[in-house]
Design a protein around this ligand. Structure first.
Ligand code: NDP
Length: 338
């Protein structure tokens, strides 16, 4: 038997007004999904924004019931029919619909497809891997997209300012720390100005109020950013593009403000700005491995610790509500065995 969070939808909404429940359950290994060829003893998982949606049911990310949520985990293989993996291998998983259509990582055990797994890089503990989690890995995909762009354009770190939006959140906090560690001048945009010291501690050189970016703005604005990591979308992304310097780039990965993109083509056709779309869920293996490898080397563990708080599996349920309310700072790791 093992413990896991379990999301269920009651068939009769009249007797259960919410109709949607996430509870801590005791499950049998025989209940793990058959559609999987590797069984993993999970050591650490996390709470990402999408996990908040799955736990609360506030958006329909869970597609089949009952389902164990958790879009990522790190742990050790206990059994494998997959040629790449054997018992004892240390692995990390993100995406591929795990925690949405396939049972996920907020659990002590998981069974997944071996093709979805990445080897835990040397020097990275399972806990630190989940301190980064999907949010940190996505931040690294954004940073690597910008790095490729800057390398091709001959942009050197520190030459101009880089903007990170949603800076106090998971993607944002890791992006601030990673970009600062690479020597960039990072401007952090946040709605939580009381977190300015935290953001400066991660390496931000300036903290700005997100209100400066979140309202409708002009199609072209004063050029400021050589690059942007945006986890917010909507007017914030439009304004970020409109104030990106000639030849600069924006990596868009999130929708915390909204899924809309009320922008004009002006920054792209008049300033040669490039907009990179970043998807972590179906990213190819080579890109995943490169991101995890750079995460393993790229950040001082003291900074990672400053970003991270820890909860138990039972506490993860309340944490799902909290992340959607914008009240989680940085990253939350879940000790599934506590
Ligand atoms: P968090 O909740 O940790 O962070 C989101 C941050 O966005 C908040 O902390 C807040 O930052 C800011 N924010 C929230 N609401 C608003 C608003 N109404 N207007 C402006 N800013 C707002 O989530 P994550 O960092 O885990 O994820 C961020 C986004 O990235 C989510 O939309 C998520 O779905 C997406 N994502 C996408 C992935 C992909 O594959 N493309 C992978 C992972 C995440 P502050 O308080 O500093 O203002």
């Amino acid at each position: 038997m093992f413990k896991a969070l379990l999301v269920n939808k009651t068939s009769d909404p009249k007797t259960d007004s919410a109709g949607y429940r996430c509870t801590l359950a005791e499950l049998d290994e025989a209940q793990l999904p058959l559609a999987g060829d590797v069984t993993v003893r999970v050591e650490w998982s996390t709470i990402n924004y999408k996990d908040g949606l799955a736990i609360t049911g506030k958006a329909p990310v869970v597609r089949s019931f009952p389902l164990v949520p958790g879009i990522d985990f790190a742990g050790t293989v206990t059994a494998s029919d997959h040629p790449r993996w054997k018992a004892g291998d240390r692995v990390v998983l993100n995406g591929f619909g795990v925690g949405e259509t396939h049972w996920g990582g907020l659990s002590q055990m998981a069974r997944v497809k071996g093709d979805w797994l990445v080897a835990l890089p040397n020097g990275l503990s399972a806990r630190d891997a989940m301190a980064f989690g999907t949010a940190g890995y996505t931040a690294m995909l954004c940073v690597q997209a910008l790095q490729r762009h800057w390398d091709a354009a001959g942009v050197k770190p520190g030459q101009d300012e880089v903007l990170v939006t949603g800076a106090s959140g998971g993607v944002g906090s890791v992006a601030v720390a990673l970009l600062a560690a690479l020597g960039h001048t990072v401007v952090a945009s946040t709605g939580r100005l009381d977190e300015s010291e935290y953001l400066k501690g991660l390496g931000a050189s300036e903290v700005i109020d997100r209100a400066a970016l979140s309202a409708p703005g002009k199609p072209l604005q004063k050029e400021r950013w050589i690059g942007v990591v945006d986890s917010v979308g909507s007017h914030t992304l439009a304004n970020a593009c409109a104030s990106t310097r000639y030849g600069g780039a924006v990596a868009a990965c999130g929708l915390a403000q909204g899924m809309d993109f009320p922008a004009s083509v002006a920054p792209f056709i008049l300033r040669g700005v490039t907009l990179y779309g970043i998807d972590s869920v179906m990213a190819p293996l080579a890109r995943r491995e490169a991101a995890w490898a750079q995460l393993a080397q790229g950040l001082d563990r003291k900074k990672l610790a400053a970003i991270t708080t820890e909860v138990t599996l039972a506490e993860a349920i309340a944490c799902g509500e909290k992340i959607l309310a914008g009240r989680v700072r940085g990253r939350v790791v879940v000790n599934v065995n506590a």
